[in-house]
Design a protein around this ligand. Sequence first.
Ligand code: AMP
Ligand code: ZN
Length: 220
Amino acid sequence: MYGIVLLGAPGAGKGTQAVLLSKDLRIPHISSGDLFRENIKNQTELGKQAQQYLDRGDLVPDEITIGMVRERLSRPDTARGFILDGFPRTIPQADALAQLLRELGKCITIVPYIRVRERMLMERLSHRWTCRDCGAVFSYESVPPREGCKKDVCTGELYQRSDDNPETQARRIRIYQEQTAPLIDYYRNLGLLREVNGEHTIPYVHHLLRQLIMTSHECD
Ligand code: AMP
Ligand code: ZN
């Protein structure tokens, strides 16, 4: 069982790396941000509750977020493991996750922390284009090519997330520093944290992550 929690600021490359690892290890990539965006697109009750928070770049309240992740982690495709991306983002969420995994008979085996300096985060977020259909992300300094998404056979339209605009970006990074960065010490104290330099190329960061994960321990 692989229980992987990816830590890192917005723009550190968690989503990109999670997609690659998910293919490699054949375990699901669970992105709380993608789950929220899907619910908003489908206008579900949860989506309606979450929308205002995402628009502002604020965190969705813990009760809503934890409930959503609980449901996702309870599905049978997580039997061999999971990769969490964007959750937990607060200490109460981390405590709730520990409790939930105990109930499900699972555990966290490793917490890679993808470290990227702040200036590079802002730059990456402003060049980030997301596929409307599959959620894949691409980096383009100006307008992306007209063909749209190039992930597998997808041809979805690329757009810039409204929460990637400069003001919301800065706000998300500040919230990250205040509420999420304390999780670095939280998982370090549990002996689960491993640091990776996220400023390398995508394939090299992937290689580093794989090496770490292959040497991670099993659940008790
Ligand atoms: P992300 O795609 O990870 O950048 O998340 C996009 C937005 O979804 C965040 O800015 C929050 O509004 C919301 N969100 C995602 N994950 C969480 C979480 N674990 N707790 C609270 N809000 C979240
Ligand atoms: Zn796509």
